[in-house]
Design a protein around this ligand. Structure first.
Ligand code: MLT
Length: 264
């Protein structure tokens, strides 16, 4: 069911048993990037998936976002729904938000799922690249930006012109505005490093990463897994940065196993 809290749209589906699962999408997508997971996991638990501020159907506002603001938006939704604890699953930028939530609001987490993400902040080179991407999206538009961006997130196979995955992912990006995309780039460039808090995460944690992820490579997930006390990690074969889409079957099997083991 679609809901709106202030300017943030979120979907609340599934059955109200057990601990709810919250999906935070990556940049620059919408909650629909979790389509294959929402379909599967809402059969057995409550699943909540927001369009982050500036994305999808949520308001774009002034286009100035921070990861802190995305965390505040998430907590506002949980408070509104009177949900104390969730299993928080974030991919890439969604993972940055999940990690910062773990740091700021550890009492709201029952479990954590970190997909194709990392705990380090942007190095100078990455910040400069973001500045370039902001210019591109603002001056040349979302379509040109999207054409460049997908090259860094998908595998060679998914990038083929005939690929359904390519079409799906491009469609997701095109649901966003240039101002929203630029705002999210700014938020990611300004995010803090959460590495020092990894050892303080004391909830069951699953790390999933595409074997061919070039943006947040498996080594970054492995480094996090070594620091998080109760972490389980799996590499997703035949997948790049969007492992939940590029190999949805393998991804869903790992997530289902983790939920079964820790939350039934
Ligand atoms: C994402 O997929 O959320 C972003 O590409 C992550 C990033 O650019 O750091």
């Amino acid at each position: 069911m679609k809901n709106k809290l202030n300017e943030i749209v979120f979907y609340d589906e599934g059955i109200c048993t057990g601990i709810p699962l919250v999906f935070l999408h990556g940049f620059p997508f919408t909650h629909e990037m979790w389509k294959f997971q929402i379909e599967k996991f809402s059969a057995s638990r409550r699943v909540i998936s927001p369009d982050l501020r500036g994305h999808g159907e949520s308001g774009v506002g002034d286009g100035q976002y921070t990861i802190e603001l995305f965390v505040d938006d998430l907590i506002r939704i949980l408070d509104h729904l009177e949900i104390q604890k969730v299993i928080l699953c974030g991919l890439s930028m969604g993972g940055y938000i999940a990690l910062r939530t773990a740091e700021r609001h550890p009492e709201r987490l029952a479990g954590l799922v970190l997909c194709d993400t990392k705990s380090e902040a942007d190095a100078n080179e990455a910040k400069i690249k973001r500045a370039g991407a902001m210019q591109t999206v603002k001056t040349k538009g979302v379509e040109v930006f999207a054409g460049d961006f997908i090259k860094s997130v998908l595998t060679e196979a998914s990038l083929q012109d005939t690929s359904e995955i390519r079409k799906f992912v491009l469609g997701l990006i095109l649901k966003n505005s240039a101002l929203g995309i630029a705002g999210a780039l700014l938020a990611m460039a300004a995010r803090v490093d959460t590495t020092a808090s990894l050892s303080k995460i004391h909830v069951p944690t699953l790390l999933l990463v595409g074997e061919e992820d070039r943006l947040t490579p498996p080594a970054a997930s492995e480094a996090m897994a070594q620091k998080i006390p109760s972490a389980e990690i799996h590499r997703i074969p035949s997948a790049g940065h969007l492992s939940n889409i590029e190999n949805k079957e393998f991804f869903n099997t790992q997530l289902a196993g983790f939920l079964q083991k820790n939350f039934t």
